[in-house]
Design a protein around this ligand. Structure first.
Ligand code: 531
Length: 360
């Protein structure tokens, strides 16, 4: 039960950062960057949702290295030229009262893919693609048949250094909330899951070994990310397959990440196994956020088919998560928080921008 009677429009403070409400824009790939550089599309896509009243706006999976991009159109932060366009967006988001966040990512064996509207399948090296890496030489399969090169210990240290450099650039760009993307079958998840990690060194095999890449990466980022700013991690709480990564391992990983100074776990699922049936439906992943929150004792974000204001409010009121993240619903309704505030009779807790005030 919820002792502090939290609700959707109650502010949330983590470290020195206060969200004006519990509503976040989930990171959504736009595949609209040029050599990783953010464009006007991103300013409007993210900026309009800040105007719409979100407390937190998380920029899409942003690659820490060019070969860590899912597609050639992915956002990136592997070079200093990426900083200023992100800063511009973040200044706008902050001016609207929202907190700007970024999701740092490396796609591992699921890199080198054509944009969804161009086929959503692995691009050959001579057709705009590039060789992919992973914990082991095991392909995802189906539309992503490339066999990754198994990373050496030096490769692992190198990628971790890229996460650190990306975190430093994010700080320079005015990011106030960091999310590490360890979910959805991308590089870190590939290390976590026994289905994709077949290593025999100290990065594979046992649970302790499979989580080593994630723990070390979080530790290295925490060392450069200011103590007073939130560091968060998205995981897939289950592979939805017997013998794969699961919720029990996710809870233990969350405990270990908390000990490394991670402030919140963003609880998603899936993405590491092709051709499986996932029992989706409204809030189908909320139970993961609830268990991680309760059993690992760490704040969580719930994500996945949350569309109704009363449902989002119930999740917060009943202490099932601390933040709700919306993706597709925000594409349909950039002003969802304002509509939700009316529905929940909380209109006064989300003042309109002065430019629009007369309409409210
Ligand atoms: C959808 C997705 C959700 C959950 C599991 C697997 C896939 N998204 C994930 C995105 C890329 C586009 C598709 C990322 O996480 C970067």
């Amino acid at each position: 039960m919820n002792k502090d009677s939290s609700h959707l429009f109650q502010p949330l403070t983590i470290k020195s950062i206060t969200l004006r409400n519990r509503i976040g824009v989930s990171p959504m790939c736009e595949y609209s960057s040029e050599d990783g550089v953010a464009t006007d599309w991103h300013l409007v896509h993210l900026g309009s949702r800040a105007v719409g009243g979100a407390g937190l706006v998380i920029a899409e999976a942003t690659a820490v290295a060019p070969e860590g991009r899912i597609s050639p159109g992915d956002a990136g932060i592997w070079a200093d030229k990426h900083i200023e366009p992100i800063s511009r967006i973040n200044r706008f988001i902050k001016a609207q009262g929202a907190v700007p966040a970024i999701q740092l990512a490396h796609a591992g064996r699921k890199a080198s893919v054509s944009r969804p509207w161009e086929g959503d399948s692995h691009l050959a090296d001579d057709a705009g693609g590039w060789p992919v890496i992973g914990p082991s030489a095991v392909a995802f399969g189906k539309n992503l048949p490339k066999i990754p090169r198994a990373m050496t210990a030096a490769d692992i240290a190198h990628v971790q250094g890229e996460f650190v450099a990306a975190a430093k650039r994010s700080l320079t760009a005015g990011v106030e909330w960091m999310e590490l993307h360890f979910a959805h079958g991308y590089l870190a998840h590939e290390f976590l899951s026994p289905l994709s990690n077949k290593r025999t060194d100290n990065y594979g095999g046992s649970f302790d070994n499979r989580i080593r890449f994630a723990l070390e990466t979080a530790r290295a980022v925490r060392a450069v990310w200011p103590d007073n700013l939130p560091l968060t991690v998205r995981i897939s709480c289950t592979d939805w397959v017997e013998g794969g990564w699961d919720i029990a391992q996710s809870i233990e990983l969350s405990r270990r990440l908390k000990a490394e100074g991670v402030d919140l776990m963003d609880c998603s699922s899936g993405g590491n196994v092709s051709d499986i049936k996932i029992p989706t439906g409204p809030g189908y992943q909320v139970g993961f956020a609830e268990r991680v929150r309760r059993e690992a004792g760490i704040p969580t974000a719930a994500v996945g088919q949350i569309t109704e204001p009363t449902h989002a409010d119930e999740i917060i009121r009943n202490g099932r998560a601390d933040v709700v993240l919306l993706a597709r619903e925000f594409l349909r309704q950039p002003y969802w928080p304002r509509i939700a505030a009316r529905t929940l009779r909380q209109k006064d807790s989300l003042p309109a921008p002065v430019q629009y005030g007369r309409a409210w």
